[in-house]
Design a protein around this ligand. Sequence first.
Ligand code: SF4
Length: 192
Amino acid sequence: MDFIEKKRQVFQLYDEYERLVQPCKTQAVCEKGCASCCIDVGNVGATTLEGLIILEYLQGWDHQAIEEINLSLRENRREKLNSVLVRCPFLDEEASCRIYAVRPFSCRRLYSVKKCDGRGAVVHRQSVVLGQKMEKELQELDPEGCSGHLSFIIHLLEQETFRRGYLEGNWREEDFGDTIKRYELVVHRKEG
Ligand code: SF4
């Protein structure tokens, strides 16, 4: 995989979505510090490619910050396996996203035209359809990868054998079957 080129294409898709959704987003009532969509969150979806971009970003953090986020990610995985709604591990004490620059598409597509107030976001239908199209394109950009909840995807990528096989395009689904099943990951590869 040419990671640099893939990463460029991922951000190009993010930018394209932002441009196309702009007419709808002008009606959004979201503001910094709300973070309702990061607190009672069912699934912070990400592809393995997005997970890799986030892991690269984390390499710029200091040792203590990495220790803390690893602890939060572990806790998030434990909670997520036992509960539907969990707080995102990347949300800080001031309700800001610690990985805002590289947050996955599932976060970028969210906005609301009414205050969520625990009832969830109200989004334009055309934004939902556009988001689904972009999600599919992101998966197509990552044909050797998987999709799923972000902390699960990161855990998979942290397994050296998976990561190497993924980057070389030769990992075998049966070798990671338990993890894929436990985390309910979607494998993008079409067996044929
Ligand atoms: S990654 Fe950032 S934007 Fe996405 S749910 Fe977590 S804190 Fe919120």
